[in-house]
Design a protein around this ligand. Structure first.
Ligand code: ADP
Ligand code: 5GP
Length: 201
């Protein structure tokens, strides 16, 4: 059984991925969230094992060597990786899992599963801000990064947004309620795909 659904969300830092996922989670019960491993330091309010598995570079490299990651990438100067076991478990057990993965990681997954039946279990969604100016305002307002880190993320955002057409879906996050309803609709539509549905007329 490979009837589960993995929803990959990409988009520049500050685009609103976490915000939209929190909203949609209230409307679609039972969704799971992939908890990535990262070498970046926790932000105030973030909890180890909930927001991320915060690990050292050495532990991360061990994970790579063990083949523990579905994909991994250096994003804004830190390592991020998706643990393989939970996502495989979700797909094989008919669950829906949301993954927040940058464009490099999404490319790796797309390439590695190109000829695999698992590829039909994955939907790729790009979350975009209305403009880079709005993105900057939101990142500053969030107040979770230093000026240096904000500058790095904004610089990377210019490259990241170029990748939007690699995705099957675009959710433009202007009005947050409308954007969250669009994300909900995409997930609900994906859940209705025939290969994921059992019907015996
Ligand atoms: P990401 O997870 O993509 O890095 P966040 O969800 O943390 O982004 O959103 C970045 C900031 O922008 C947060 O402070 C959030 O409250 C705010 N935000 C998200 N969506 C909107 C929106 N549609 N309008 C205004 N502010 C938003
Ligand atoms: P943040 O530090 O703001 O939580 O995340 C920074 C960036 O890392 C975001 O673009 C997010 O999509 C990406 N990211 C988070 N987890 C993973 C992961 O497991 N793999 C990859 N490739 N990127 C990730």
């Amino acid at each position: 059984m490979n009837n589960g659904l993995a929803i990959i969300l990409s988009g520049p830092s500050g685009a609103g991925k976490s915000t939209l996922v929190k909203k949609v989670n209230q409307w679609i019960p039972g969704m799971l969230f992939s908890i990535s491993c990262t070498t970046r330091a926790p932000r105030p309010g973030e909890t180890d094992g909930v927001d991320y598995h915060f690990i050292s570079q050495e532990e991360f490299e061990k994970g790579i060597a063990n083949g523990d990651f579905l994909e991994h990438a250096n994003v804004h100067g830190n390592y991020y990786g998706t643990p393989k076991a939970p996502i495989m478990d979700a797909i094989c057990n008919d669950k829906t899992m949301i993954l927040d993965i940058d464009i490099q990681g999404a490319r790796q997954i797309r390439a590695s599963l190109e000829t695999s039946p698992l590829s039909q279990s994955i939907e790729y969604i790009f979350v975009a801000p209305p403009s880079l100016e709005v993105l900057e305002t939101r990142l500053r307002k969030r107040g979770t990064e230093t000026e240096e880190v904000i500058q790095k993320r904004l610089k990377n955002a210019r490259t990241e947004v170029q990748a939007w057409q690699e995705y099957q879906f675009l959710v433009l996050n202007d009005d947050v309620e409308i954007a969250a309803r669009k994300l909900e609709s995409i997930i609900r539509a994906a859940l209705c795909k025939t290969h994921r549905t059992i019907w015996n007329p």
